[in-house]
Design a protein around this ligand. Structure first.
Ligand code: ADP
Ligand code: ADP
Length: 233
């Protein structure tokens, strides 16, 4: 079953009347429970593609079916609703709310889902347990290490049970040892049935994924099963 179905996706930015074509016809399927690393040189269109996959932006042309919904021509309001329900984001900079505790940060997506406070905090705690951070639930981001902050962000991404986890350079701000711990968590998330797409420019990080897609100049240059796949458990 396709979580992501892209057909001839094109995306241009317009600077005055100058067109800058960035994605030049991307066709791609990503199936449920795949684990994909998206690679490619700076400027190849990775962030642009991730923004489209994450329903933060729409393509100039082409179609995008996300979990059965055609999101390529949606208006912003509908797009935001689909994004909140279907996508969990993990960013390089963690993007946590500094005044909220770890537990409260994890519960944020559930506010938008309209879930009551007691149930929110219970679900958020269960997610913190998944990333082994239940003993830091009452700490604020500035009382947590970078790796711990990223675990909070991962728990927040998972709390709504989204159909797709998108991670943009999730280890970009972390040292090697912490990066491996975070990649082990992504491995466990994948093993428990989630669909994961992550952007990285580090081959060692990409080797945790099962499938590696390389973009170059706005097109897919290669798309293959990763023979060096690092088994995590
Ligand atoms: P990558 O993530 O692979 O580095 P991007 O998708 O960020 O690639 O960028 C691809 C190209 O699109 C670059 O030339 C970049 O300058 C341009 N670009 C990205 N976002 C915008 C924007 N909002 N407006 C204009 N140009 C943009
Ligand atoms: P880059 O990959 O170029 O370093 P970021 O990872 O900071 O950029 O952001 C990627 C995209 O996600 C940007 O278009 C940004 O507007 C968007 N974004 C950043 N933070 C959030 C957030 N908390 N919720 C939704 N979208 C976000």
């Amino acid at each position: 079953k396709s979580v992501i179905h892209l057909e001839e996706i094109r995306k241009s930015y317009y600077l005055g009347k100058n067109e800058l074509p960035v994605l030049k016809g991307v066709t791609l399927d990503i199936f449920k429970n795949e684990y994909v690393a998206l690679m490619g040189p700076s400027g190849s269109g990775k962030s642009t593609l991730m923004n489209i996959l994450g329903c933060l932006d729409t393509p100039t042309s082409g179609s995008y079916i996300l979990s059965g919904h055609d999101v390529s021509k949606m208006e912003d309001n509908d797009l935001a609703r689909v994004r909140g329900k279907e996508i969990g984001f993990v960013f390089q900079q963690f993007n946590l709310m500094p005044r909220l505790t770890a537990l409260e940060n994890v519960a944020i997506p559930l506010i938008y889902a309209g879930i009551g406070k007691k149930e929110r905090l219970e679900k958020a705690m269960a997610m913190l347990e998944k990333v082994k951070l239940e003993n830091r639930a009452d700490h604020k981001p500035n009382e947590l290490s970078g790796g711990q902050c990223q675990r909070v962000a991962i728990a927040r991404a998972l709390v709504n049970d989204p159909s797709l986890i998108l991670a943009d350079e999730p280890t970009g701000n972390l040292d090697t040892k912490t990066s491996i711990e975070i990649m082990d968590i992504f491995g466990a998330i994948h093993a428990s049935g989630n669909t994961v797409v992550l952007v990285t420019h580090e081959e060692d990080i990409a080797d945790h994924a099962r499938r590696i897609i390389r973009l170059r100049d706005g097109v897919i240059e290669s798309d293959r099963i990763n023979q060096k796949y690092v088994v995590t458990n």
